[in-house]
Ligand binder design. Structure first.
Ligand SMILES: Cc1ncc(COP(=O)(O)O)c(C=O)c1O
Length: 408
């Protein structure tokens, strides 16, 4: 008879990963075993407030009841068909998602990087079929300090050497211009340009928010130049900034929106390219696809996510609690915080490098029961689930103050 394996401690589990798991991440030393709402619990039963929310994949918190129920119901009926057949969940998902974003058609995929790859392919195809760019000459203009994922094509236009070095040769056809610089964009766009691809807010770069008018300017410029405006809303979208999409802050409707992360409700990977009909209809059978994209489980969870967003409650919470977050961070400027940028429930907080790196501050916060993650250097990113309460937010801010005052 085999006995159940002895439960292993956090330290043992971390040590056990070392020889068998690729070292492509440097996680905080916490081993999460269960979670509910904005709280997670580690193997030893210690509780932490999750102020990262899976890089915005958990906008509705851990295990939101409506999402868990939708997943359970679907698990009991049908999980995968591949796109060789139709499934009875997909039409509704596409209808609702298109309506939510104000666009027409949906290409369902799985991960964020896949949505970006798919968006690039669609933009190039559109350039050849509709715009009339000569074969293999299409260009896509992107912004410096972007983060769009990790595939070979996507890192081809990254400006982060850690993401690129050692992974060439790179895919040609991209032009990089400074973010938040309309004049540079204007100069880079020409008759070969298929699209301008940008994040409405640059998350990995440290939650960099462009000047007012930039997104509207990109919209105007791309329309005038006859190329597509592709907004990567994989991290900024689906309620995070207080609107369904971050581009809504400037009343902009792009030609194509890339979604992921929270679209899967923290349960399954679900991503999508959502676009105007004229754009997405360039794809024909056999030209693009994914075995798992649009599977019935993903479609059921994705539809439940869209239904939560249709209520407007999460966007409202992000906007209202975003004020609490901003005011709390303003009060910390000069007390260990040198500056911050925030929109809705999303902030990049620059801590005084004399007090430690972003990593060190994140570790100190972890020991005090708050989970965050650093981005670059001394910047810490805050992105709690949109279900967080004002009291929980204030607790996180108090802990940050304590950690930065070296009392921790
Ligand atoms: C803006 C943006 N685009 C794309 C991605 C890639 O998503 P995934 O990690 O699901 O491939 C991310 C992930 O952080 C992101 O923030």
């Amino acid at each position: 008879m085999t006995s159940a394996p002895r439960p292993r401690s956090s330290a043992e589990l971390i040590a056990a990963e070392e020889p068998v798991l690729a070292h492509n991440y440097h996680p905080l030393p916490v081993v999460v075993a269960r979670a509910e709402g904005a709280w997670v619990e580690d193997v030893e039963g210690r509780r932490y407030l999750d102020m990262l929310a899976g890089y915005s994949a958990l906008n509705f918190g851990h295990r939101h009841p409506a999402l868990i129920e939708a997943a359970h119901r679907q698990l009991d009926r049908l999980t995968l068909t591949s796109r060789a057949f139709h499934n009875d969940r997909l039409a509704r998902f596409a209808e609702r998602l298109a309506a939510l974003t104000g666009l027409d058609m949906v290409l369902p995929m799985n991960t964020g990087a896949e949505a970006v790859e798919s968006g690039i392919k669609v933009a190039r195809k559109w350039a050849y079929d509709v715009k009339g760019v000569p074969a293999d000459r299409a260009t896509i203009v992107v912004a410096a300090d972007n983060f769009h994922g990790r595939t070979t094509t996507i890192v081809s236009f990254s400006t982060d050497e850690t993401a690129r070095a050692g992974f060439g040769p790179f895919t040609p056809g991209f032009r990089v211009v400074p973010y938040n610089d309309l004049a540079a964009l204007e100069e880079a766009v020409d008759e070969t340009t298929a699209a301008v691809l940008i994040e409405p807010i640059q998350g990995e770069a440290g939650v960099l928010i462009p000047d007012d008018g930039y997104l509207a300017g990109v919209r105007e410029l791309t329309r005038r130049a006859g190329c597509l405006f592709v907004a990567d809303e994989i991290q900024s979208g689906l309620g995070r900034t207080g609107r369904t999409l971050a581009v809504e802050h400037e009343s902009v409707v792009p030609d194509m929106v890339l979604l992921g992360k929270a679209l899967g409700g923290g349960i399954v990977p679900v991503s999508a390219v959502v676009a105007r009909r004229e754009v997405l209809q360039v794809l024909h059978p056999g030209e693009h696809g994914s075995t798992f994209g649009g599977n019935p489980l993903a479609a059921a969870v994705g539809t439940a996510v869209v239904e939560l967003l249709e209520t407007g409650e999460f966007q409202r919470r992000a906007a209202e609690l975003g004020v609490v977050l901003r005011e709390g961070l303003e009060a910390l400027v000069g007390k260990g915080v040198t500056g911050f940028r925030s929109r809705g429930l999303w902030a990049g907080v620059d801590v005084d490098p004399a007090l430690g790196t972003g990593r060190e501050v994140s570790e100190r916060l972890m020991r005090e029961g708050i989970l965050v993650k650093d981005t670059h250097g001394s910047t810490v990113r805050l992105a709690p689930p949109l279900t967080v309460t004002a009291d929980e937010l204030l607790e996180a801010l108090r802990t940050l103050e304590k950690v930065l005052s070296r009392q921790a």
